[in-house]
Design a protein around this ligand. Structure first.
Ligand code: PHE
Ligand code: CO
Length: 285
């Protein structure tokens, strides 16, 4: 996820470099932390074949990271060869512009710390399990990898234009909570659901949330909630739809959207391509 929040951040920001990166210090992880990672991984990897998109599953199998918290340097050797991306270790959430600068240079920031055992089911701030398990597999997918870099470049521009809020909604409803249509039915490609034990089955199977066809302008006009399961998921047909829709210069889009009232996370519009109309508000995550 992105964006610095109001509350005090949890990571240790005292030792970071000017670009906000740190050393992963893999030797400092305890055996209890590796054991917690194994439990988190086992739960999610058991759900993935049924609920995650094929591109995610294909890469996850080759990453071989179920045995403990992975070493970023070892993954980087392979990721560089695959799509020319690199993981960089960070203390936690970053300022928007810093985050965009990393993405624009094909560097993905991964938080170094792991959640506490009490946070097995739910965590507010992204930790190494969310950042690595949820985001890294799709960095191996060439078109998605290019999308994330373009998003970072677009973020630098949106920052200059005062349009980060609109662009952040796009990240939320695609990179974090996106669904994709496949021959086997709807699947998740968003990291926020891929790393969640509860929301991953929910987003595909529950009758509660709306599922609406991807629509760039609609998404950038739609608010989102960060503390419940999503009330609306947006569904892409394939990664090329996402890539093509986001290729144009957004400057005129921001100008157009600026004067419009935002949509609530639960509304369905007459112009929506409705794949499923939700039955009820979703419960707290
Ligand atoms: N094309 C967008 C712009 O000009 C940038 C962007 C690309 C945003 C890909 C999101 C995803 O601002
Ligand atoms: Co995330």
């Amino acid at each position: 996820m992105t964006g610095v929040t109001d509350h005090k951040l949890r990571g240790d920001y005292s030792r970071m470099r000017p670009d906000h990166t740190v050393d992963q210090d893999w030797d400092a992880y305890s055996e209890a932390e590796h054991a917690l990672w194994r439990r988190l991984y086992a739960r999610q990897a058991a759900l993935a074949p049924r609920y995650a998109c094929e591109e995610f599953n294909a890469t996850l199998a080759t990453l071989d990271c179920g045995g403990g918290i992975p070493r970023f340097d070892l993954v980087n050797a392979r990721l560089g060869l695959a799509t020319d991306w690199q993981l960089v270790a960070v203390p936690g959430l970053l300022p928007d512009l810093t985050f965009f600068e990393h993405l624009a240079h094909r560097r993905f920031p991964v938080t170094v710390w792991l959640r506490d055992p009490e946070e097995f089911d739910y965590i507010v701030e992204p930790d190494v399990f969310h950042d690595f398990y949820g985001h890294v597999p799709l960095l191996f997918q060439p078109m998605f990898a290019d999308y994330l870099q373009a998003y970072g470049q677009g973020g630098i521009k949106a920052h200059a234009l005062g349009a980060i809020e609109m662009l952040a909604r796009l990240y939320w409803y695609t990179v974090e909570f996106g669904l994709i249509e496949t021959p086997g039915g709807l699947r998740a490609y968003g990291a926020g659901i891929l790393s969640s034990g509860g929301e991953l089955p929910h987003c595909v199977e529950s009758a509660q949330p709306h599922r609406i066809g991807f629509d760039l302008m609609r998404i950038m006009q739609t608010q989102y909630k960060i503390d419940t399961y999503q009330e609306t998921y947006f569904v892409i047909r394939d990664f090329s739809e996402l890539f093509a829709a986001t290729a144009p210069d957004f400057t005129p889009f921001y100008a157009e959207l600026r004067d419009r009232e935002p949509h609530s996370p639960s509304s369905v519009l007459a112009s929506d391509r409705v794949l499923h109309r939700g039955t009820a508000p979703s419960r707290a995550a």
